[in-house]
Ligand binder design. Sequence first.
Ligand code: NAP
Length: 285
Amino acid sequence: MAGQVINGKEIVASIREEIKAEVSELTAAGCQPGLVVVIVGDDPASHVYVNAKEKACEQVGVHSEVHRLPADTTQEELVQLIHSLNQDTRIHGILVQSPLPAHINEEEVVDRITPEKDVDCFHPVNVGNLMIGKKVGMKPCTPAGVIEVLKRIGTEISGKHAVVVGRSNIVGKPMAMLLLQENATVSIVHSRTPDMTAITRQADILVVAVGKANLIGSNHVKPGAIVVDVGMNRVDGKLCGDVDFEAVKEVSSAITPVPGCVGPMTITMLLQNTVNAARLKSKAH
Ligand code: NAP
């Protein structure tokens, strides 16, 4: 029997309504949350993501600014801009869109964002806080979105075996950390794992973040597992995930579609981080 296709759009819409209410409350109290996105160069996909973020801000009432910088922007110019945004009291969240041109040292740019405004949760201080489980209001957007989806469909994460495919700094590793915080037993598999299927087949919750279309087939999945597909791949101009959706749908108890779930959830968590940062700032005054 085919499993449930998780209705990401519905979940996203209801969380954005909640965020909108929080934004109105903060705005009425004189602290409208503000997000700035910095984009360097003309990568078309990045511009699409940035436009989506701008639109999402508008939808919930978050003040948004976009700095569209030319591809030949220097490291110094970018760092100088970050410095001024760190001081800007209208801005609570700073996001530098990846990828940056090759001549820019991305790590240094991320390090220069003040951790209180690091809404991507990439700054080493926020990564460290995640590791030790310190609650600071910032959560890594994509993994936090996955946890939220699992909770909103009523998944009991505690005690479950969660397997994460992929170990990147932006998805796999923080995903494993958040699942651990939810008391799952967590395994991570990656390109050097010899018999990945033997491990993924043990998963009650399988989160896939690799970047290879159709890598995960029904043979990788335990019947009844919940499968979350983070992957975003373009095949013949069409967006698809890392999971063979049609095949895995037949064995899983629930599965996220691509597009329409983790992508918009990631932006939703970005809004939430911005609101949390604004709330913390307003409490500090
Ligand atoms: P990444 O940095 O390229 O990492 C990919 C990971 O997959 C690596 O850890 C790699 O292992 C592992 N891997 C590669 N081939 C494998 C294989 N055959 N078997 C098992 N593991 C394998 O990618 P990422 O940034 O984490 O992104 C992953 C996917 O998620 C991409 O499609 C990306 O576009 C998508 N994504 C979506 C969102 C969203 O908002 N929906 C956000 C972020 C990313 P090694 O470490 O051993 O090389």
